[in-house]
Write a protein that binds this ligand. Structure first.
Ligand code: ADP
Ligand code: CIR
Length: 369
């Protein structure tokens, strides 16, 4: 690889100087110390990824939570002085000497219905990110690569059988009205996310982007949005066992048809360092009027069970009518079933807490009569 152009280096230095004095709480800000920056700033991966490719989203958006993306699989190794501490902190302890466990999806039957105690969960969703070996991630993909990737994934999605069978459609063949409808139903990715745009993930849009839906919209695959693939299983209600069973079947079949990118240490590899290892986010849309009024207790309880709270329309959105998106935070350093159990157990505790608060309120009401 060519050494970095001095003019480009000067620009990177300048951007870093400005970033250093921002009031950012991102993990990028915390871990890209002057020492680390100086050590890794001249490096370039075999495919041409620079440090700037990995940090440009965080530099442009000081309000990022993380602020870091891998421009290709090699970035995780070449820029490890930066990625390792970010990965360690986000996934709740994953030191450079640690290895992600061997994949174990477990038995979905071990997960019951989250609405056993009452109808709190409106819908349940399990998704994973997957990348295809041989292709870099967004910032380095050419328009031709997007088209090729779409074709490869499109073939793999053909001839899925039974409840998994459905249709892949390119984004450019879906009218803006229909895209809006799909977005409202939480089936389609949103467009114009400033964190992804600044990361170089919206180049050549809508080239190569699209969505697969099975007949009843319970299996969804996103192509070339944040990752080469997002495989999603979802349905109304709290039956996480059913959602996960469908998810495991779909991921297993697609994994037999496509070479998913992985590493011995980090498990499945994807664009964002939050989506390594299992790359699974298991979430519920849950209505919590009382905990919703006491956001501090909600956040503290979620954190205690390694859960993350998002708004109704996903990351960086607000909760509407007390409907929160709550999911497992850790995806690396534990098996698939452990990640699911972490979400399952934590959500049950949160539901119990909401019930206790309701009962506490009704006791108070009774006393005041
Ligand atoms: P991702 O889950 O793919 O990392 P987002 O947080 O942006 O990214 O969520 C993507 C979409 O999935 C959003 O529309 C969000 O509302 C929706 N979503 C997440 N969890 C659920 C759920 N349990 N039920 C319905 N929709 C969900
Ligand atoms: C950020 O840094 O806020 C965005 N790039 C998204 C990071 C992944 N999401 C998350 O941990 N909540």
């Amino acid at each position: 690889m060519e050494p970095i152009d001095p003019a480009f280096m000067a620009l990177l230095d300048e951007e870093y100087e400005k970033f250093k004095v921002t009031d950012s709480h991102s993990l990028l800000k915390k871990h890209l110390t002057q020492e680390v920056f100086d050590k890794i700033k001249h490096r370039v991966t075999a495919e041409g990824a620079t440090l700037h490719d990995c940090i440009k989203s965080g530099l442009a958006n000081p309000d990022s939570n993380i602020g870091l993306y891998a421009a290709d699989a090699e970035s995780y190794i070449l820029f490890q002085e930066l990625f390792d501490p970010v990965i360690d902190e986000y996934h709740g302890g994953f030191e450079p000497s640690q290895f992600h466990p061997i994949s174990d999806f477990g038995d979905p039957i071990d997960l019951g219905d989250l609405n056993e105690l009452g109808n709190y969960v409106l819908s349940t969703r399990v998704r994973c990110a997957r990348s295809i070996e041989g292709y870099p991630f967004n910032p380095l993909l050419s328009s031709e690569m997007y088209a090729e990737l779409e074709q490869d994934v499109g073939y793999a999605l053909e001839d899925l059988e039974g409840d998994l069978s459905g249709k892949y459609r390119s984004l450019k063949d879906i009218s803006s009205e229909e895209q809006e409808e799909l977005l409202e139903k939480h089936l389609l990715f949103k467009q114009g996310d400033r964190f992804l745009e600044a990361a170089g993930a919206s180049r050549f849009w809508p080239e190569g982007r699209g969505i697969f839906l099975n007949e009843n919209n319970t299996l969804v695959v996103w192509v070339n949005e944040e990752d080469h693939m997002r495989i999603i299983s979802m349905q109304e209600g709290g039956n996480i066992g059913e959602v996960y069973e469908r998810f495991v079947r779909a991921v297993t079949i697609l994994g037999e048809r496509l070479p998913f990118s992985s590493s011995e240490r980090l498990g499945f590899l994807s664009f964002c360092p939050t989506n390594l290892g299992t790359a699974i986010r298991a979430s519920v849309h849950i209505r919590l009027p009382l905990l919703g009024e006491d956001r501090q207790t909600l956040e503290e309880t979620a954190a205690k069970f390694n859960l993350q709270v998002r708004g109704t329309s996903g990351e960086h959105s607000e909760a509407e009518d007390y409907v929160f998106d709550i999911s497992n935070r850790r995806r690396l350093g534990l098996t698939e079933m452990e990640a699911l159990k972490e979400m399952y157990d934590g959500i049950r505790e949160i539901i119990q807490l909401e019930i206790d608060m309701e009962e506490g309120n009704s006791q108070c009401r009774k006393k005041s009569y």
